[in-house]
Design a protein. Structure first.
Length: 130
């Protein structure tokens, strides 16, 4: 778990990422900010395509950015939308996140926060034997 000061900063970065969303089809902007074990933050936003299957969710965008920069161990991710209640990641994002272990997930709506973990979001997840 991260402390409240770290959480506040992570949420702010996710809000900023949400503002850069490219979501002309769904009109549903989402931003994510991912904190690595080393203290680096990587952001992501949803990027839609008229062929919906080619769209990229904010959560996966942030993780791809982190992995592309050599980071694979995460402490926390903040995910922000414009909805009143916190929005849960889609199933693909849940599996994508759990690939990198059990870390904190902070879901943020307008003034509402739900704290959970990747394993809680995807019980009985698929994992390769290591």
């Amino acid at each position: 778990m991260i402390d409240r000061l770290e959480e506040k900063a992570l949420i702010q970065k996710a809000i900023e990422a949400k503002e850069r969303s490219y979501s002309p089809y769904s009109k549903f902007p989402v931003g994510a900010a991912l904190l690595t074990k080393e203290g680096r933050v990587f952001v992501g936003t949803n990027v839609e395509n008229s062929s919906y299957g080619l769209s990229m969710c904010a959560e996966r965008s942030a993780i791809v950015s982190a992995v592309s920069n050599g980071y694979r161990k995460f402490r926390s991710i903040a995910i922000v939308s414009d909805r009143k209640e916190p929005t849960s990641p889609c199933g693909a994002c849940r599996q994508f996140m759990v690939e990198f272990g059990n870390f904190e997930v902070i879901l943020v709506g307008e003034g509402n926060i739900k704290r959970t973990t990747t394993f809680e979001l995807l019980p009985m997840h698929f994992e390769m034997e290591k």
